[in-house]
Design a protein around this ligand. Structure first.
Ligand code: SER
Length: 588
């Protein structure tokens, strides 16, 4: 028996022994990466460092990272798919390479987790396009005692990872599999045999995918590994179902109580409810309410799909809050945002439930009517389900699939556009867009954000601090503590100061130091719990006379002259005592 806590401690402890800095997890919503909605892998927050930006904690890192993947939301319902999960990972930023990475993976699996070598199998990249077969990785595995028959060479579909978006770091990988059958593992590894379960992935990130699809060699060769906590817990505790592990069992038990039904005969719906509401709780913990755009829309889909499946189980009373409470209890020790946002989470999840509960039943009746004896549901009907009954299009598609009916999605999109709410396509675009293509503009806006904060403090006073920040390639969004509307003069003054600092052509300098040292310099910082032992501090302006000093991971431009013209496009209130500014940079 091994618990989640023991597994995480064992993993991080092991890599600490191998001289890795243990870094704190990043938020579920990337702060400065507009190209994806959610953090989808442990490597994701590390992209700038994988591309060469120095990391303040060094070249060897390890962590456990919360991730959300919505691509295969429809797969959730089987024994091991999830939208939300925790990923253990270790990284070499241009430091160690295949031999060390593989040897440590082997040592951790066989010595620490005590998985017998006889139960291990490996896949390596078999070569495709310009990238050759990874004999180097296979040789290391064999030197450690993995027999050749237990190593399969597969193509790009199986043994290549990344980039996370359209562009960015990527490379061949080697995956580790564990035999979960009761009988002895076969001599030869057959990757198609479902009893071989993938447990870990070592990616050798030696390429950068460019926008035109070409691969270029990275100057810095990195290792990126990822191991899913849920899956490993199930394997090590001899469960063939992730939902039986301690991080799901209490949720499933509560769903059984609420529905008066047994998990055994209602697995699919119960798994969907458990997974989706866990994910929803973590998204809500970022302060995001359900809605029709981007993160809010994904959140709405998660909650509403869970409610639909609760309806199938005939759960009548409000239940989402009950599940969220268990999720908070399970994870609050490690993720304090769950504790801090507890009221918000419980209020918002129930509000969404109340909103949807009433229209769900009448919407389902309407669905029955329009689908009865039909081959296809028209786009107009699907839009009505969306507009009047609150059915996300994905829910209508799911219902239609279950009934063997088609949906005219093209027409639906048209209807949707007509109503000028293009969020769905916008969301889709985000998942597909690359990580690095809009990089330059976001870097500039990021530096502009530092100038803005310093300017705000000059104009409105030293009590102003950052309460939130989000950057897309079009604009920056900055939240700060202030309890009234800014006057036009104040806005003009702030813009003026930022533009003055831009035209002064100030140097942007980066230094590494301990958090204590940074504080002594009065460096501004926000989310203290996120900082590791060492931090990067960015200085803007002449040494000793800096205009801005902030703790920040970067990256930033080298000189403010690169920024162009700064313009505030909007100010608004976002809750008691918090104001929001949206601003952009224009060509001069
Ligand atoms: N990025 C790889 C994955 O997500 C390894 O961490 O599997």
């Amino acid at each position: 028996m091994i618990t989640r806590k023991q597994l995480i401690e064992e993993y991080l402890g092991f890599f600490k022994e191998k001289e890795h800095a243990i870094i704190p997890p990043s938020p579920l919503i990337p702060e400065h990466d507009p190209t994806v909605l959610f953090t989808t892998a442990g490597m994701h927050p590390l992209v700038p460092f994988l591309l060469g930006q120095p990391h303040p904690e060094g070249k060897r890192l390890a962590d456990v990272q919360i991730c959300l993947r919505t691509d295969d939301m429809n797969e959730v319902g089987d024994a091991y798919h999830h939208t939300f999960f925790e990923m253990l990972g270790n990284w070499s930023l241009g430091d160690y390479w295949k031999k060390e990475a593989i040897s440590w993976s082997f040592e951790f699996l066989t010595k620490r987790l005590r998985i017998p070598v006889e139960k291990l199998a490996i896949s390596c990249f078999g070569g495709e396009g310009k990238v050759p077969k990874d004999e180097e990785a296979a040789k290391v595995w064999m030197s450690l005692g993995i027999p050749r028959e237990r190593i399969a060479f597969l193509g790009k579909k199986e043994n290549w990872w990344g980039p996370a978006g359209k562009t960015g770091p990527c490379g061949p990988d080697t995956e580790m599999f564990v035999w979960i059958g009761k009988e002895k593992a076969p001599k030869e590894f057959d990757p198609k045999d479902k009893k071989w379960v993938e447990i870990w992935n070592d990616v050798f990130m030696q390429y950068n995918m460019k926008e035109n699809g070409e691969l270029e060699e990275l100057k810095q060769k990195n290792v990126d590994t990822g191991m899913g906590v849920e899956r490993v817990l199930a394997i090590l505790n001899n469960f063939d179902d992730n939902y039986l592990t301690e991080i799901f069992a209490p949720i499933i038990k509560r769903i059984e109580e609420l529905s008066g039904k047994k998990y055994e005969s209602n697995k699919k719906s119960m798994r969907i409810i458990a997974d989706h509401l866990k994910a929803a709780t973590f998204v809500l913990a970022e302060g995001i309410p359900p809605g029709n755009k981007e993160h809010s829309y994904v959140l709405r889909r998660l909650i509403r799909r869970a409610i639909r499946h609760a309806h199938l189980l005939r759960i009548e009373k409000n239940f989402t809050k009950e599940i969220a409470k268990i999720v908070i209890r399970l994870y609050e020790r490690d993720y304090k945002q769950l504790r801090e946002k507890k009221n918000f989470i419980l209020d918002e999840i129930e509000r969404e439930e109340n909103k949807f509960k009433n229209t769900l039943k009448t919407g389902l009746k309407y669905f029955e009517k329009i689908s009865k004896g039909k081959k296809e549901i028209s786009g107009k009907e699907a839009f009505l389900l969306y507009q009047s009954y609150g059915f996300p299009i994905e829910m209508t598609l799911e219902l239609a699939r279950e009934k063997g009916v088609e949906v005219n999605t093209k027409e639906f999109e048209k209807e949707y556009e007509k109503h000028r709410e293009l969020s769905r396509t916008a969301t889709k675009g985000k998942f597909k867009a690359g990580l690095a293509d809009t990089k330059e503009r976001t870097i500039k806006l990021h530096t502009a954000t530092h100038l803005l904060l310093a300017a705000l403090r000059k104009v409105l006073g030293k009590k102003i601090v950052q309460k939130g920040s989000n950057i897309t390639s079009e604009r920056l969004r900055f939240d700060f503590n202030f309890d009234r509307k800014l006057t036009n003069e104040e806005i003009k003054k702030i813009e003026g100061i930022v533009n003055e600092k831009i035209s002064e052509g100030l140097q942007v300098r980066r230094e590494e130091m301990t958090l204590e040292e940074a504080k002594k310099l009065n460096a501004l910082g926000t989310f203290e719990h996120k900082y590791g032992e060492k931090v990067s501090v960015y200085f803007i302006g002449e040494r000793g006379k800096e205009f801005s000093i902030e703790i920040c991971a970067g990256p930033h431009v080298e000189n403010t002259r690169e920024l162009g013209h700064f313009r505030i496009i909007k100010q608004e209130s976002v809750g008691a005592g918090i104001r929001r500014i949206k601003a952009t940079l224009e060509e001069k």
